[in-house]
Design a protein around this ligand. Structure first.
Ligand code: HEM
Ligand SMILES: *[C@@H]1O[C@H](CO)[C@@H](O)[C@H](O)[C@H]1NC(C)=O
Length: 324
C-alpha cells in the first residue's frame, strides 16, 4: 500500500513535469527571438537592409510607407502578414479596407525583398518577419534609431477586412479614442504617443486634413495657410502633403516640436497636444530626441510582439500576396 502510494506519487510528479514541459514548449513556439533565423537564413538581415536601402534611395517616402504597413498589419490579428494578401474574386482581405484602400503602399518593395530572401533561404522566412525587419531598416535609413527585431512570426492564411475597418484609428479620432484603440492592443497611452512619432516621416492626403486646416482653431495660421495652398476646399482630395513641415523625410523628434507649435497636420495628431494627458510627454519628446527614440523602439518591439490568436492557421508564405 505504502509502496504503491510512493509510486503513484512519483508518477504524479512525472506527469506534472511532462505537462509543464509541454506548456513550456508551446509558449516557446510563440516566443520571438532576434536569432530565430541565424542558422536557417544567415543572410536575411543583409538582404532586407539592401532591399530597403535601394527602395529608400529611389524614394525616401518608402521608409514611411513600409512603417505604416507594419502598423496596419500588427493592429489586425497581430503581425501576421495579413495586410499583404491580395483580394481575389473569392477573398476580400485587408488591402481594400477603408484605412488601406488607395492609401497603403509599398507592397512591391516587400515582394522584391521576399523574392531575394526566397532565392537564398527557400520557404524559411515569413512575410510578417520580412515586414518587421524592413520597417526597422526604413526608419534607420531615414535617420532614426536601429534596434534588434525579435523574429519567428508566421503568416496567417486569412485576413480580416472587418478587423482592419474597426481596429485602425482614423484621422478624426479624439485622444480618448486613440488611447482606447491602442489600449485594446495592450499598448499604453505612452506607447501610443511614442508610436505616433512615426508621423515625423511620410505624406498624407488632403482629404484627411482638409477639415483641420480650414475649420480648426488650434492650428498655427501660417501653417494652415501653407497647407491650404495644395489642399483646396473642394477637389484635390488625394493631393499629398508632408506630415512634418520642417524635415519631411528625416526620422527625428520634429513631429513633437510641430505639435507644441500647433502644426500637427491631422486632427488626431494635434489631439496629443491639446490640453490633455499627453501634453507633458509631447513636450518632453520635443526637447529630448534620445527619450523619444528609446520609447519609440520599445513601443515598436511591443507592437511587433502582437501575434494572431492561438489556433489561427499559419504558414511561411512563399508569395506574400497569396496563401500557399
Ligand atoms: C495614432 C493614430 C494614427 C492615425 C489616426 C493615423 C492616421 C494616418 C493617416 C490618415 C495617414 C495618411 C494616409 C494617406 O493619406 O493615405 C497616415 C500615414 C502614415 N502613418 Fe499613421 N496614423 C496613426 C498612427 C500611426 C502609427 C502608430 C504609425 C507607425 C508606427 C503610423 C505610421 C504612418 C506613416 C509612416 C504614414 C505615412 C505613410 C506614407 O507616406 O506612405 N501611423 N496615418
Ligand atoms: C505661426 O508660425 C509662424 C512661423 O511659421 C510664427 O511666426 C507665428 O508666430 C506662429 N503663430 C502663432 C500664433 O504662434
Amino acid at each position: 500500500m505504502v509502496a504503491a502510494r510512493v509510486v503513484s506519487g512519483r508518477a504524479l510528479v512525472v506527469a506534472i513535469a511532462v505537462v509543464l514541459a509541454l506548456l513550456g514548449s508551446a509558449a516557446e513556439a510563440q516566443q520571438l527571438s532576434p536569432n530565430f533565423y541565424s542558422r536557417t537564413c544567415p543572410s536575411l538581415a543583409t538582404i532586407v537592409r539592401a532591399g530597403m536601402a535601394s527602395a529608400v534611395q529611389r524614394e525616401p517616402r518608402m521608409g514611411a510607407s513600409i512603417l505604416r504597413l507594419f502598423f496596419h498589419d500588427c493592429f489586425v490579428n497581430g503581425c501576421d502578414g495579413s495586410i499583404l494578401l491580395d483580394d481575389t474574386p473569392t477573398f476580400t482581405g485587408e488591402k481594400s479596407a477603408g484605412p488601406n484602400a488607395n492609401s497603403a503602399r509599398g507592397f512591391e518593395v516587400i515582394d522584391a525583398i521576399k523574392a531575394q530572401v526566397e532565392a537564398s533561404c527557400k520557404a524559411t522566412v515569413s512575410c510578417a518577419d520580412i515586414l518587421a525587419l524592413a520597417t526597422r531598416d526604413g526608419v534607420n535609413l531615414l535617420g532614426g534609431p536601429t534596434w534588434s527585431v525579435p523574429l519567428g512570426r508566421k503568416d496567417s492564411r486569412t485576413a480580416s477586412q472587418s478587423g482592419a475597418n474597426s481596429n485602425l484609428p482614423g484621422p478624426g479620432s479624439s485622444l480618448a479614442t486613440l488611447i482606447s484603440m491602442f489600449g485594446r492592443q495592450g499598448l499604453s497611452a505612452r506607447d501610443m504617443t511614442a508610436l505616433s512619432g512615426a508621423h515625423t516621416i511620410g505624406r498624407t492626403q488632403c482629404q484627411f486634413f482638409r477639415n483641420r486646416i480650414y475649420n480648426e482653431r488650434n492650428i498655427n495660421a501660417s501653417f494652415a495657410a501653407l497647407r491650404q495652398q495644395t489642399c483646396p476646399l473642394s477637389g484635390g482630395d488625394s493631393n499629398l502633403a508632408a506630415f512634418d513641415v520642417q524635415t519631411a523625410d528625416a526620422f527625428d523628434n520634429a513631429y513633437y516640436q510641430n505639435l507644441v507649435a500647433q502644426r500637427g497636420l491631422l486632427h488626431s495628431d494635434q489631439e496629443l497636444f491639446n490640453g490633455g494627458s499627453q501634453d507633458s510627454l509631447v513636450r518632453q519628446y520635443s526637447s529630448n530626441a534620445a527619450r523619444f527614440n528609446a520609447d519609440f523602439v520599445s513601443a515598436m518591439v511591443k507592437m511587433g510582439n502582437l501575434l494572431p490568436p492561438s489556433g489561427t492557421p499559419t504558414e511561411v508564405r512563399l508569395n506574400c500576396r497569396k496563401v500557399n
